[in-house]
Design a protein around this ligand. Structure first.
Ligand SMILES: *Cc1c(COP(=O)(O)O)cnc(C)c1O
Length: 384
């Protein structure tokens, strides 16, 4: 049976050669040259001074939040519409998310509403910038480049500076995307990437913390290696984590990074072809075009079902998947997830609607033009 994948890894370079080198030399774990080399290469690629590689993106997010010293009972402003990983990372620190809405065009956090929340619902109390409702300190703003589209960070950056709140950018989906010529991952104070199997490049599982702040970078390196103060005498003055990337992962990552330009070109071509073939006259509308100054890696493409609801969405998903066009729902907004259902939300309206009407469609780097045409022919004629 035909199966056109949503997005699957492609190994077309030196992957096997690098892995074999790990096996031949015995450097398979957290020591070895590939890890350092991979960090340097990502640094150079995104134009960030420091990088620290980790075993996955979720633990990179955890450490990123640790770096800005978030304590239990503090709060992080975060989008409700994202994969749950960054929200869990907030909770790993004992802190609380405050959920913001998304904007309807690119599904990134609604910057206007977020700025509104900061200006209207927060204030200074005894040198702390707090949420007036909960009286908890606002410690960070977390933004996400949803499906690779770079978040409109500029207006938020100025405001965040005024209140001295650091911005953590979850760029797990956005490697290679740009915002006015700055790479995703470097748009906030700390950025995080994931190299999970379905991401733009993969290390099997893997992650990276990027920053220009040397103190944070050194601290991240310390925390991900069990906070080892003296390797000879086994002295640990803090509680660290076993989060360091392995040489095997980095070996894969280096080979993948060499191919990233081709991957992004293929992803962007997918988006362009969908845009060309989807007429928009039926029930299906393709995702919005890029705004000026944005360059998206177009990691995953998506469509909106007009007047959609959960039932319509699930019905379309099941027809698409039956036909071998591997598709999936957008994430359930996090304020609807059981562990976070009691967390504060601020004017969340769009995200809930988007959940009922947006699905990801095949976005693989090997997708053929005729396959996209076939998917579009089906979607153009689709009537729920
Ligand atoms: C994939 C992803 C993560 C988590 O990365 P892992 O490497 O799977 O832990 C976090 N945030 C977003 C937005 C992601 O897409």
């Amino acid at each position: 049976m035909r199966n056109i994948p949503l997005s699957s890894p492609y190994f077309g370079g030196d992957e096997l050669k690098n892995i074999k080198n790990c096996l031949d030399t015995g450097w398979v774990s957290s020591c070895g040259n590939y890890v350092n080399e991979f960090e340097t290469k990502i640094s150079e690629y995104v134009g960030s001074r420091y990088t620290v590689a980790t075993v996955n993106g979720t633990c990179a997010l955890h450490v990123a939040l640790k770096l800005i010293d978030i304590k239990a009972d503090e709060e992080v402003i975060a989008p409700t519409l994202t994969f749950i990983a960054p929200i869990n990372a907030i909770k790993y620190c004992g802190a609380y998310p405050v959920f913001m809405d998304c904007e309807p065009d690119h599904l990134n956090v609604d910057i206007e509403k977020t700025m509104d929340f900061i200006k209207r619902e927060c204030s200074w109390r005894r040198g702390r910038f707090i949420n007036k409702k909960t009286r908890r300190k606002i410690s960070a703003i977390l933004v996400v480049d949803v499906f690779g589209y770079p978040v409109d960070v500029r207006p938020l950056m100025n405001l965040a500076k005024n209140y001295n709140i650091p911005i953590v950018e979850d760029a797990c989906e956005g490697l290679g995307s740009k915002y006015f010529n700055r790479y995703a991952g470097t748009l906030g104070d700390i950025g995080v990437f994931s190299f999970n199997g379905n991401k733009i490049i993969t290390t099997g599982g893997g992650g990276m913390i990027v920053t220009n702040n040397k103190r944070w970078a050194m601290r991240a390196r310390y925390l991900v290696q069990q906070a080892k103060d003296d390797p000879q005498e086994y002295i640990h003055n803090e509680i660290g984590y076993n989060y360091r990337m392995t040489n095997l992962q980095a070996a894969l990552g280096l080979a993948q990074l060499e191919q990233i330009d081709r991957f992004i070109m293929a992803k962007r071509r997918n988006a362009a072809l969908y845009r060309k073939y989807l007429t928009g006259v039926g029930q299906i509308r393709f995702m919005a075009e890029e705004e000026p100054g944005r360059f998206s890696n177009r990691w995953l493409c998506y469509i909106h079902i007009s007047n959609g609801d959960m039932k319509a969405k699930m019905a379309l998903l099941s027809v698409l998947n039956r036909r071998g066009f591997q598709s999936r729902s957008i994430w359930r907004p996090n304020h609807l997830q059981r562990p976070y259902s009691k967390c504060q939300t601020y004017k969340v309206e769009i995200a809930t609607k988007v959940y009922g009407s947006v699905i990801n469609i095949p976005s693989d780097v090997r997708l053929q033009g005729f396959e996209i045409k076939e998917i579009c022919n089906f979607l153009n004629r689709y009537r729920p």
